[in-house]
Design a protein around this ligand. Structure first.
Ligand SMILES: *[C@@H]1O[C@H](CO)[C@@H](O)[C@H](O)[C@H]1NC(C)=O
Ligand SMILES: *[C@@H]1O[C@H](CO)[C@@H](O)[C@H](O)[C@H]1NC(C)=O
Length: 152
């Protein structure tokens, strides 16, 4: 019993100490990072210009944010192909997100149009799209730049 309490107390101390350490980060870096965009059902994820039938949105697509090859966040596009991902500013520094993170559309394009590739995935680097203020929070908006299909 005594042993258990000691373990619990030291665990609490460790958790508290690490949250204290993290809590100091925002004053240095600061902003909430919002990544959003719209994915369309085409070879580059964009609207096909001058198409006879308007390019449909890519609904229910798995969108991931990967940094250095690791998936750090993910979501699903809505019926209009829109996705939105917030990154915790305690864990991500804007400069490193811009330099080492990508947006990946992991669902194969064939799932929205059988004529499109069933293997490979769309990938785009991130670019700044401005900042907005949300209450006391500063929000940095990022959007995917040009998507390319990555063969696997
Ligand atoms: C992305 O977020 C920005 C800023 O909040 C907004 O203006 C824009 O319409 C959003 N785009 C999509 C596709 O949701
Ligand atoms: C499906 O993809 C093919 C090949 O890119 C294209 O010609 C066709 O218009 C697409 N269909 C729709 C409904 O977008």
């Amino acid at each position: 019993m005594a042993m258990k309490s000691i373990v619990l107390v030291s665990l609490l101390v460790v958790v508290f100490a690490s949250s204290q350490a993290e809590a100091q980060v925002p004053s240095v870096s600061g902003s909430l990072i919002n990544i959003n965009g719209t994915i369309f059902c085409s070879l580059n994820g964009n609207i096909v210009p001058y198409a006879v039938t308007p390019t449909p949105a890519f609904a229910n697509a798995l969108v991931q944010v990967t940094c250095g090859g690791n998936v750090v966040a993910s979501t699903i596009t809505n019926a209009a192909g829109i996705f939105n991902i917030f990154l915790n500013p305690l864990q991500f520094l804007l400069s490193s997100v811009l330099s080492s993170c990508q947006v990946v559309v992991a669902t194969p394009l064939a799932s929205c149009n059988a004529s499109l590739p069933a293997v490979g995935f769309l990938q785009a680097p991130l670019q700044l799209a401005g900042t907005t203020v949300l209450g006391i929070l500063n929000v940095v908006n990022l959007v995917p730049a040009v998507f390319q299909i990555i063969q696997v």
